[in-house]
Design a protein around this ligand. Structure first.
Ligand SMILES: NC(=O)c1ccc[n+]([C@@H]2O[C@H](COP(=O)([O-])OP(=O)(O)OC[C@H]3O[C@@H](n4cnc5c(N)ncnc54)[C@H](O)[C@@H]3O)[C@@H](O)[C@H]2O)c1
Length: 352
């Protein structure tokens, strides 16, 4: 490891670590290197450590206390994110990259923002589309679209994660299926909440850029779709917002974000998650012409990692963690409202 290489420690060695972070870190190995990995499952920790030639442990405290770990990556199940981010900040690390969601609740996210401000440790959320060159070219080219857009919508139609993970890496230690003893209404509620906090959350920070009145959210409708999907219609301030997602066997994955005004449609086609094949593509249609940007060879995961490495070297401006906490509050508000509506309407839909 060269003197200038920054040491990375990873908490949680599941599919996202194996199929997203390790391949991405490897692409920028001149600047970062995994030095320690942790998982509560010792076999998983040991197997992943042998892949990256690092130390391993089953203790988060031990990894965070390792002085060679300068960047902590939080890739554990969501319920552990807040406590692990806070512990890494308190240990004075150079940067923390937390997979989405930053936390489970707004209160947790606000505490993270406070601790990050107190300790001066920068925190980044793994919202890769906010780093994707397609989003950056959209921002540079959209003119007054933020003011003029009346409709924001995005559609995510993907095969199950396991298939994408398998295309990206050989996954070790994937948990087996569990017997589901929940009632039908609890399953529907969990699908809705999990879909918003697990999948739709990726692009809610993009939506928020178009919706400055992000605390003024009215839920118009929410439906669970089969298989494993959701359709949520919102009014956010003065804008119509539609979130659509479906997990099925479509041969062609789709992840499309659109902002629509009376005279322009801006469309961003993002690559599926886990894919390491370049950025999204942004297209503007205005009735007379079509302008397209991308793809570039660097995807959102790689730009996210380059930014984290720059932060750790003190060569990039930190993000405002209160803003990230607002993103989380926006997502939780939508997930809670959409889920309460699913529970209230459960069984009341008339089927023909
Ligand atoms: N950015 C993306 O594209 C993307 C895609 C999918 C998921 N995610 C996020 O990435 C994170 C990890 O996802 P995954 O699919 O690998 O999750 P997973 O639940 O399948 O695996 C997580 C791993 O964490 C381990 N673990 C359990 N308790 C732990 C603890 N207390 N501390 C550390 N590790 C612990 C488990 O043994 C497991 O190996 C999640 O927060 C998820 O929301 C991001």
């Amino acid at each position: 490891m060269a003197d200038s290489t920054i040491g990375v420690g990873i908490l949680g060695c599941g599919p996202v670590t194996q199929a997203i972070h390790i391949p991405t870190i490897d692409r920028i190995r001149d600047s970062v290197q995994v030095v320690n990995v942790m998982d509560v499952n010792a076999q998983v920790a040991e197997a992943i450590a042998s892949r990256v030639e690092s130390r391993w442990t089953t203790s988060a405290d031990e990894l965070i206390a390792d002085p060679a770990v300068e960047i902590v990556v939080v890739c554990s199940p969501n319920k552990f994110h807040a406590a692990q981010v806070i512990a890494a900040c308190r240990a004075g690390k150079k940067a923390v990259l937390c997979e989405k969601p930053l936390a489970l609740t707004e209160a947790e996210a606000r505490e993270i923002a406070q601790v990050s401000a107190e300790t001066g440790v920068p925190v980044v959320v793994g919202a890769m589309h906010t780093f994707d060159p397609a989003w950056l070219s959209a921002r540079a080219e959209w003119g007054d679209l933020v003011e003029t857009a009346h409709t924001i919508r995005y559609s995510i139609v993907l095969t199950p994660n396991t298939r994408s993970e398998d295309f990206a890496s050989e996954i070790f230690g994937r948990p087996g299926a569990r017997i589901d003893a929940r009632s039908a209404v609890d399953i529907a509620a969990d699908v809705m909440h999990g879909s918003i906090m697990g999948l739709a959350i990726h692009d809610l920070p993009l939506v928020r850029v178009f919706c400055p009145d992000f605390t003024d959210v009215e839920l118009l409708s929410s439906q669970v779709l089969d298989p494993g999907g959701y359709l949520v219609n919102l009014r956010v301030g003065a804008k119509n917002v539609q979130l659509y997602g479906l997990n099925n066997e479509s041969w062609r994955p789709e992840w499309r974000f659109e902002a629509v005004s009376d005279d322009t449609v801006m469309r961003i086609d993002f690559p599926p998650p886990y894919v390491h094949a370049g950025s999204g593509v942004t297209t503007f249609f205005d009735g007379e012409s079509t302008r397209s940007f991308g793809p570039t060879g660097v995807n959102g995961y790689e730009r996210e990692w380059r930014y984290v490495a720059d932060l750790a070297r003190g060569e990039a401006e930190p993000l405002d963690v209160s803003y990230l906490a607002d993103d989380l509050a926006f997502a939780v508000g939508i997930a809670d409202a959409a889920t309460a509506n699913v529970r209230a309407r459960f069984g009341s839909e008339v089927t023909a």
